[in-house]
Design a binder for this molecule. Structure first.
Ligand code: NAD
Length: 504
């Protein structure tokens, strides 16, 4: 029987989406809507408003008023900490509901959002709690006079202002928190734009901010696609900072579009992350399973951190491929609400065509297809499911090794020496993550320092709230997570005061 998610939607009682402007939920001014089709079934799941220019203008002006005239940016640390911690608790209380909404949004299975920390509501709650901890530690410096008379010089960190937070569809819990946690802790006000392919969980997360006691207007939401909604937001003159997570192409466009008023921009973009497997890895099978897991389990490779290029030493190449193929065979698709389902569909038909095209061209270029390479059929034929795909004997110049596929596709590339492995690993436009599997600690640290990537995992990696996360090269600008993220939502101000007549 063909899979249907309509009964799940009815059980959850999904409401159509709305815009939030100054504490009031409303439709788009011109009534325009977008119908969300579920990626696992193609069914219409619900609608969201398409915010046009005037809706975006209303939302930005509400955030501007809340920043320029409201209490939030100047509120006492105790108040802001209490709101953020209350919110973290509310997220935990509503975890089950949020996981269900996300499964209706993007088809990420409950198995993943329940059991994998980086994909859970728990990590989002922890990110808010982590940033609550920064609120009473927003400090500056006191500096001695350099020349001239006696004077006092101090630095302060002011909130940056109105933030446009633009989210992708793949990991809304974590990415909502990585932006709003530091922004709200710093005293900013925000207009959030979720992806048109994953709005429902985010809308509920925003609703819970009101329950936590956040004043009206501090967080506003506009829904809809890049054009017109995102475009109106990134070009709006009253926005001070754009914080964007998404594709490299849109990231580059945002830098250009926001240049008119020289907005601050932070970008978390794509990756083509390598993992290096040496003969002395603690466990070759485990290295293969972890690597294949990042490109198949949960998000089906639609994760910026996926290690999509496996660079494997020739001495353990066949052993690695055998374990990788076995892991690929363990991936299961289907109803995301069933705990036996381990991986999600591709988000939409455009992405399905793109991934299948890249697979075809990988074959034509001479890469050896070990498994997968096709859609799932049977009762899943209406969904955007692609079987876990492993290519061996890939040359790093092939398109399959250079393009971010954003699907369940692993490119395995052989190497013979440490230097060759590092050269191939760094030969990419991206620089988000990298992995190393070896028991030689000196090699591990020597190579970790040579890899041009924002996060290097030695014998495994994970995403945590207090760790900086972001990319070298075309994987982005700036960092999310930890102190560096918090500082990115502040402006540094220097205040000077003469202490003697000579200075006047
Ligand atoms: P996308 O770039 O298509 O869309 C991201 C967001 O930008 C969406 O909300 C979209 O509506 C909006 N948008 C599109 N055009 C716009 C425009 N002209 N102006 C303003 N906003 C616009 O990306 P996606 O498909 O949603 O997400 C996948 C990408 O995100 C991948 O490249 C992935 O690597 C990246 N990603 C990066 C990280 C990270 O932390 N580095 C995390 C998750 C995803």
């Amino acid at each position: 029987m063909t899979l249907s998610l309509s009964p799940r939607r009815d059980e959850i009682g999904l409401k159509d989406g709305a815009l939030l402007v100054d504490g009031k939920w409303r439709p788009a001014a011109d009534g325009a809507t977008w119908t969300h089709r579920h990626p696992a079934t193609g069914e219409a799941i619900g609608t969201i408003p398409v915010a046009g220019e005037s809706d975006v203008d209303d939302a930005v002006r509400a955030a501007r008023r809340a920043f320029d005239e409201g209490d939030w940016p100047h509120s006492r640390a105790r108040h802001r900490i209490q709101v953020l911690l209350r919110y973290a608790s509310l997220l935990r209380e509503h975890a089950e509901e949020l996981r269900g909404l996300q499964a209706l949004d993007n088809g990420v299975p409950l198995m993943f959002s329940t059991n994998i920390y980086a994909g859970s509501v728990e990590i989002a709650a922890d990110v808010f709690a982590h940033h609550a901890g920064w609120v009473d530690k927003i400090g500056g410096q006191t500096l001695p006079p350099y020349q001239g008379g006696d004077h006092l010089a101090m630095t302060f960190r002011d909130p940056i202002g109105v933030v446009a937070a633009i989210l992708p569809w793949n990991a809304p819990f974590l990415l909502f928190a990585q932006k709003l946690g530091p922004a709200l802790a710093a005293g900013c006000t925000v207009v959030v734009k979720p992806s048109e392919f994953a709005s429902f969980a985010v809308l509920r997360m925003v609703e819970l901010l009101g329950e936590a006691g956040l004043p009206d207007g501090v967080v506003n939401v506009v829904t809809g696609p890049g054009d017109p909604t995102g475009e109106a937001l990134v070009t709006h003159p009253l926005v001070d900072k754009v914080s964007f997570t998404g594709s490299r192409a849109v990231g580059k466009h945002i830098v250009e579009a926001s240049a008119g008023t020289l907005k601050r921009v932070s970008l978390e973009l794509g990756g083509k992350s390598p993992t290096l497997v040496f003969p002395d890895a603690p466990d070759i099978g485990l290295a293969a399973m972890t690597t294949v897991g990042t490109v198949t389990m949960g998000l089906s490779g639609q994760a910026c951190v996926a290690h999509t290029r496996a660079l494997v030493h020739r001495d353990v190449y066949d052993q690695f491929l055998g374990a990788a193929e076995m892991m690929a065979g363990a991936v299961t698709y289907g109803d995301p609400f069933e705990l036996s389902t381990t991986a999600s569909p591709l988000i939409n038909a455009r992405q399905l065509d793109r991934v299948l095209g890249l697979i075809d061209r990988g074959r034509e270029a001479g890469a050896r297809l070990v498994c997968g390479g096709e859609r799932a059929g049977g009762d899943l034929a209406d969904g955007n499911f692609v079987r876990p795909t492993i290519f061996a004997d890939v040359d790093n110049d092939m398109e399959i090794a250079r393009e971010e596929v954003f699907g369940p596709v692993l490119a395995v590339i052989p190497f013979s020496s440490d230097d060759e492995a590092v050269r191939i690993a760094n030969d990419t436009d991206y620089g988000l993550g990298a992995g190393l599997y070896t028991t030689d600690a000196r090699r591990a640290f020597r190579l970790a320092r040579r890899l041009r990537a924002g996060t290097v995992g030695i014998n495994g990696f994970q995403v945590e709230p207090h760790l900086p996360f972001g990319g070298f090269k075309q994987s982005g600008l700036g960092r999310e997570g930890g102190q560096s993220a918090f500082e990115a939502y502040t402006e540094l101000k220097t205040v000077l005061m003469p202490l003697s007549e000579e200075m006047m």
